[in-house]
Design a protein around this ligand. Structure first.
Ligand SMILES: NC(=O)c1ccc[n+]([C@@H]2O[C@H](COP(=O)([O-])OP(=O)(O)OC[C@H]3O[C@@H](n4cnc5c(N)ncnc54)[C@H](OP(=O)(O)O)[C@@H]3O)[C@@H](O)[C@H]2O)c1
Length: 263
């Protein structure tokens, strides 16, 4: 798809990966609609990429509807906004639980439900859903994040097949640990021994690759991380035993503590 002059809606554009995605689309000549809650971050990005800002809280259903109205005709949706959703389930308040599900799972589906028919009618468009390697394999203290990322991945893969032949590309992009900026980098933690990182710019490049090639799924992580995640997804009993033996160390406890304020 030639992106010059096309309208691209990026949710979570104020975040680490969202900014890199917006910048990558701007280089392709796209017109950007940038959404998130933090107006100041979005305005600064909008200046850099000549974008338009729509401030919206995706945990508020009326805001999701308003975002659709204010975004107007959208050629490509990048559903990137998410909360870290880490921590033990028993520590979650009902409000935190609802927020995680609404932002990470319901909002992308509602946006796609509204936008996809218009793209199909035009015979072109794209929907890219930012899932995670946590959409392939689960860990303790990540039940909400795993639930939403597995779910979003399943939604994207189903829609990819459903819209085959319509001219509308649908992809799931699954980053692993991302360095420099974003919800993992913000914790100041390092990946467990044997795991590596990729940059926000590499996630952005994967989004463009997924869209241009209409790839069902693209993983953005070093080979060992991708392999372990796939094995973890295929063999959850083994993955659980390896985690209890210390494969990922104490990273899940540390991430939950560092990300608690983002629930
Ligand atoms: N960083 C990683 O290592 C990593 C790994 C795998 C997958 N991912 C995925 O990559 C995507 C981007 O994450 P990131 O690392 O860039 O995280 P981030 O820096 O924390 O950004 C999260 C984005 O989501 C937005 N958001 C959060 N709550 C929202 C709400 N209630 N309403 C509207 N927007 C909301 C934030 O905007 P405001 O704060 O302005 O509301 C922000 O723009 C997510 O889907 C994440 O799950 C990240």
């Amino acid at each position: 798809m030639d992106l010059a002059g096309r309208t691209v809606l990026v949710t979570g554009a104020s975040g680490g990966i969202g900014q890199a995605i917006a910048e990558a689309f701007a280089k392709e000549g796209a017109k950007l609609v940038l959404s998130g809650r933090r107006a100041s971050e979005l305005e600064a990005l909008a200046e850099r990429v000549s974008g338009r800002v729509v401030v919206a809280d995706l945990s508020v259903r009326a805001d999701v509807t308003r975002l659709l109205e204010e975004a107007g005709e959208v050629d490509v949706l990048v559903a990137n906004a998410a909360l870290p959703g880490s921590g033990e389930l028993s520590e979650y308040s009902d409000a935190e639980l609802d927020r995680g599900l609404e932002v990470n799972f319901r909002a992308p589906i509602v946006l796609a439900h509204a936008l996809a028919p218009r793209m199909v009618a035009r015979g072109s468009g794209g929907l890219v859903f930012i899932s995670s390697l946590s959409g392939l394999a689960a860990t303790a203290r990540s039940s909400i994040y795993n639930a939403t990322k597995f779910g979003l991945r399943g939604f994207a893969l189903a829609l990819h097949d459903e819209l085959h032949g319509t001219g509308v590309a649908v992809s799931a992009v699954l980053p692993g640990f991302i360095s420099d900026a974003g919800m993992f980098a913000d914790t100041g933690l390092q990946p467990p021994p044997g795991f590596g990182t990729r940059s926000p710019q590499q996630v952005a490049a994967a989004v463009l690759e997924a869209l241009h090639a209409n790839r069902a799924e693209v993983l953005v992580a070093p080979y060992p991380d991708r392999l372990l995640s796939k094995i973890g997804g295929m063999a959850p009993n083994l993955a659980g035993r390896l985690q209890r033996l210390g494969l990922v160390g104490d990273i899940t406890e540390k991430m939950a503590a560092a990300q608690k304020s983002k629930r």
